[in-house]
Design a protein around this ligand. Sequence first.
Ligand SMILES: [Zn+2]
Length: 266
Amino acid sequence: MDIDWAGMWFLSYYGISIGWAWSSRNHFSGHIRDGSNNILYSSFLINCNHCFGCISLRNKSYCIFNKQYTKEEYEIQIAKIITHMQSTGEWWEFFHPSLSPFGYNETVAQEYFPLDKIDDGWWTTEDVRLSSFSYLSSLGYKRSTYNADPSLPEWVQTIERKNYTDEERTALLQEDNLETKVFLCSVSARPYRLQKAEIEFYRKYRLPIPDKHPDIRHEERMKLRPGRTLFLRTCDYCNKEMLSVYQSDHEWKVYCEECYQKEVYS
Ligand SMILES: [Zn+2]
């Protein structure tokens, strides 16, 4: 239950990428492989049994925080740890969000359940409760204001990307040492560089070089994807009721699966 990327395992709860050989009873853990069993709150274990809070171990049993215990000691310590975690409310829950070194807004969660700034400086909703940052904040999520952009020394030559035509952007490709130049994004003014392989790709296919920061390009690609809410509407061809990510007033024609298949393949 509540597992992403699952192999041949069973009786497990809350995990990511667990076991391609038979594995069982691995909870609140990630990347637990090859016949590992009874693992709690651990990551990157291969063929391990009875481990708690461990990382990057192979062929080990009865370890806590990567320290070896005897079976008897392990069972005594684990009972103590579980009792303690029950008293703090941590037991049988995934790692607390406050342990994440990243802000919510820096993770892919932001792309699926975006939080936008509102006037009071906090965040507002799409219309799900989860999108309210004050709610997330009460659960321990952080918001990051980290800025990865370097401050550019004065001697750095920058290339403003505003007002370039496609022809000019293609012509720029012929310039020498493009990979050493710093470009300024036409939308965000953030500096970015082009990698050598990237430049060769643009040259090979005669593509204009991008005039936006990679983060802005990523944002724009994400905006092309439909929202993750399903609306009840009717098929634009047969009027059958169906669920779609496009609301009935969307500008596009939306067909049910049957009508779509007929239209496209017959
Ligand atoms: Zn239809």
